[in-house]
Design a binder for this molecule. Sequence first.
Ligand SMILES: [Zn+2]
Length: 411
Amino acid sequence: MDSRGIVFIQWDAMCHREFRWALKNDLLPGIAECFDDGMNLLKTYNPLPTNTLNFQVRFMYSPDSIIPGSRWLDRATGKVFSITRFSDVRKLEMRLSDSNDSLLTQDQVFGTLLKGKTLQGIPARPKSHALGLAFRFAGDVIRHPASSLHFKRIYLSFMEQLSKQNLRTIETLLVHAQKPLFYINFMAYDQTSHFRGLRHRQTMDVLKTIDRQIQRLIRLCNNTGYNPVLFSDHGMAPSIPFHKAFGITFTAFINQRFSDLKIKPIILPSGNMAHVYCDASVKNDIDKLEGVANDIGSHAGIDRVILPRHPDGIRVIQQHDSNTLNEYHWEENRLNQMIQKLASHPDSGDLIVFGGIWNGQVINFMNQKACHNGWLLGQAESFVLSSYPIDPGKTDDTVSVLRAMAFSKSI
Ligand SMILES: [Zn+2]
């Protein structure tokens, strides 16, 4: 690949399946045109937990780092950690910044990718007049203002809308910034499909808009000598909220099962997965915890329940059947490794719960019409699309495929 660098274009939450469907139905004419003379579409997967920040943590810092969910209990401080809170994300990134294979320079953060706002105190001083200008533009015109500049290796940006002005800003940056890597995340499809559902009219409108915006961006890449790489960070599946299927919220259901306890458990759902944290009296009474896990796991809306801290090792409970992680027969081997990693995270719940399938839809512990893919195998789809051949090596993990490209280009 002979180019000045790579522009990574993230289509947040677009599945490989939906992407092919939209291409087949001529809903993505812009992208189809751009990749006309050669389209290398690789179906990839993303490990648990499937959410954008986990994807970006792995991409920026190391494929071996994971976060436990979109919210979790930080056991060191006893406080709930949320990926939508900047101060939390910043703390997380300070911890991660020691990683040797990071694409970011130490002390730089990318939390802006998620929310599109500038963190106060972020070291983002443009070093040249042209960049200063571009940065001012970026700060002024990108709808969720600003972006963080990471001068060593990568420029990160975020947007819902790619206006003409935004495009000019990106052009200035591509021409002057002399960075080998750019990363742009389009988030509107994820947001709309969560609340409207896949294939809803509004979701389809967003899909068409993003197609046009990506087309513009790819043309700009071609004009400035950059290779565009389009990918998704995770997919999306139609889902039904737990309370709609069963007439009770997931939290109320869990609290009922723990009603004899003085202190209610802390329940932190992320889509169709949830961490449940119990106080010491339950945690130390493993028979009790396993009994509750059995009871929860026997509910029709709940798939497997994981007990990360059982004295015999991680346990998997399904319909009153309790096995160690290694005894348990998984549909795919990598599920075993994913659960191992998630359950071994120091901040994972005392129970980890996954939603099942109800009337053909995924049970979601949040109030959403579509949820991130992840647990059930048919959903674990994302993709990488590039105009030059992709050599995935031995992996089809999206992050590893993209990082192989990034490191071939980074300084
Ligand atoms: Zn999402």
